[in-house]
Design a protein around this ligand. Sequence first.
Ligand SMILES: Nc1nc2c(ncn2[C@@H]2O[C@H](COP(=O)(O)OP(=O)(O)OP(=O)(O)O)[C@@H](O)[C@H]2O)c(=O)[nH]1
Ligand SMILES: [Mg+2]
Length: 364
Amino acid sequence: MHPTRQELLTEWALHEFYPSNAIISMMPANLPPEYLKAEERYLRARTLEEKILATQELIRLAPKHKGTEKLLKVLKRRLSKLREELRRREMRRVGGGPSFHVKKEGVAQVALVGVPNSGKSTLLRQLTGAQPEVADYPFTTREPVPGMMQFEDVQVQLVEIPAIIEGSSLGRGLGARPLSAARNADAIALVVDASNEPLRQMETLLSELWAAGVRLNRFAGEVVDGFEEHSESLVDRRAVIVATKGDLPGAEEGFELLCGKYGERFPAVLVSPVAGSGPTEVKRLIFESLGLVRVYTKRPDEPPSERPLVLPKGSTILDVARAVHKDIARGLKFAKVWGSARFPGQQVPRDYVLQDKDIVELHV
Ligand SMILES: Nc1nc2c(ncn2[C@@H]2O[C@H](COP(=O)(O)OP(=O)(O)OP(=O)(O)O)[C@@H](O)[C@H]2O)c(=O)[nH]1
Ligand SMILES: [Mg+2]
């Protein structure tokens, strides 16, 4: 005998965080039958994964209007809590297994994230000195593999993240640990096989990262369903698309599809040994995704430093002075800039915003 809707609701109320009358009063009268079915699925769900899937379904199916605002809020909060719980469980599960945490080196860490066989290891080999195994079967790479990428005069750490599949966030495939490893990086390169249903790969990657609380290249004011605003579990990351296998049939078309759908949101490049878009272009794209600028300091009548200071975009003369030494920042009188300045050696105020490759002379 199946319990009635009312019994199920009461059970829900008992096991969840709301008194039953609060839930009942929250229920708008005319919820569609599919919604009620999904609700039953939720109430019968035994595992965390099933509960998450059912709650996602409920959010999707609930009519969106004034009368359902409260209901949607409760559902989203619940989804957020369930995901948090799953993430904690996945973390505990790590137990004796290998650590997926990769210590950061260089100016920043960029995660190479993709579905199985998308060409992550091949790309890592091309761009760094690392030698991960490359093979034509899925899940060849089972732990994160780091490598250092030299771009002009800076070193960026790339980390191949073990493959993501649909359901990774729910523990499928290699589980949610790859997603956690991707969360830890400073930026993300979405590695997509352009010759093999690239849009589907993107959908998988975006929805799994989203389920892991990672928002990519977020537009201002965008709403993210299923998470509490300001929740600690949300992180914002910049991302680019590196489309691979440009030499295979269908790749050019696949790349066009990618650019058509995602080009506005993600800078993209097609890697192809034949079409000639070589590693330099990819390296530049990855470096640019980090939102960093390189600044070279100099003393009067001396050449600029060979190694740049690497600072976030938007950094000012005062930030540069602080990065050099706090006494210099304190005693700073003026600075001269070569590069972005209107003329070489122009004297600029301390709030002057620097561009990549500027040369700065600090006067104290
Ligand atoms: N033709 C062609 N094949 C490629 C290219 N890049 C990778 N492959 C092949 O695709 C298969 C998978 O490549 P990997 O680099 O191992 O892919 P991966 O994303 O690291 O795979 P997993 O670690 O299993 O997730 C291998 O057989 C590669 O030789 C490419 O640019 N062109
Ligand atoms: Mg691999």
